[in-house]
Design a protein around this ligand. Structure first.
Ligand code: CA
Length: 242
């Protein structure tokens, strides 16, 4: 166990753990994150990343996790984090060079929050990090609210621009799950399991039909739900243009 000396609070600030074996990518992520005011540290291997994530004295607030690592790969590391009580809730954004859909979906199914395909723009990485951290901040919320959309989870009511949106129970369930996981990609199977309430093996088109209807009913607020092609959906909320 590491004992931190006094006067070490800079060290204790929450930080972003970058697990990436390519030095150039890791350094450029660190440089840009620090410029945006985030503290960050780099692990060059999955094993080191796991050790740092499990350090109870200094847990990371989020992981940027490369999938293709020598030794323990990103998928395995994510699986290990999800099994440990101290790390099961740490958000994970996967960095993937592989275009193949099955890797992304495997990562999301085992509990990664989101993925970014390389080559990525640093602006995009920072936006995703912010979105995930915002979601973590409102984990136990009773309502969601942005400049246009309001969703009250207790009263089960939704409003867009002040007008009530009449939703069925399934549609409200979908909206609730998506909003509570804002910034996170929900795979079709995640949504079916969570909203239909059992392991649903039917046609995923059922889900797409419900999402289409939900977006239509939300009207001007409908674009708060983004399609992640071939994977599922992501709630992005109201996107101001600045
Ligand atoms: Ca790599």
């Amino acid at each position: 166990m590491t004992i931190l000396g006094s006067g070490d609070h800079e060290q204790m600030k929450p930080y972003i753990l970058i697990v990436e074996d390519e030095e150039d990518i890791a350094e450029s992520l660190r440089y840009n994150l620090e410029r945006e005011g985030f503290k960050s540290r780099i692990a060059e291997s999955g094993e080191k990343g796991l050790r740092m994530a499990l350090d109870e004295n200094r847990p990371p607030s989020i992981l940027l996790l490369d999938i293709m690592l020598p030794g323990m790969n990103g998928i395995e590391l994510c699986r290990r984090l999800r099994k440990e009580p101290t790390t099961e809730k740490i958000p994970v954004i996967m960095l993937t060079a592989r275009a193949s859909e099955s890797d992304k979906i495997e990562g999301l199914d085992i509990g990664a929050d989101d993925y970014i395909t390389k080559p990525f723009s640093l602006k995009e990485v920072i936006a995703r990090v912010r979105a995930v951290l915002r979601r973590v901040d409102r984990d136990d919320m009773e309502r969601y609210e942005d400049e246009r959309l309001k969703v009250d989870f207790i009263e089960m009511r939704a409003h867009c621009d002040g007008n009530e949106v009449k939703l069925t129970r399934k549609e409200f369930g979908l909206l609730t799950h998506l909003t509570k996981n804002a910034g996170r990609v929900a795979t079709r199977q995640n949504l079916l399991d969570n909203v239909w309430g059992y392991s649903y093996f039917g046609d995923t088109r059922t889900l797409d039909v419900h999402i289409r209807r939900l977006r239509q009913k939300l009207g001007d607020c409908g674009d708060c739900i983004e399609t992640v092609v071939g994977v599922g959906y992501r709630f992005v909320g109201y996107q101001s243009q600045d």
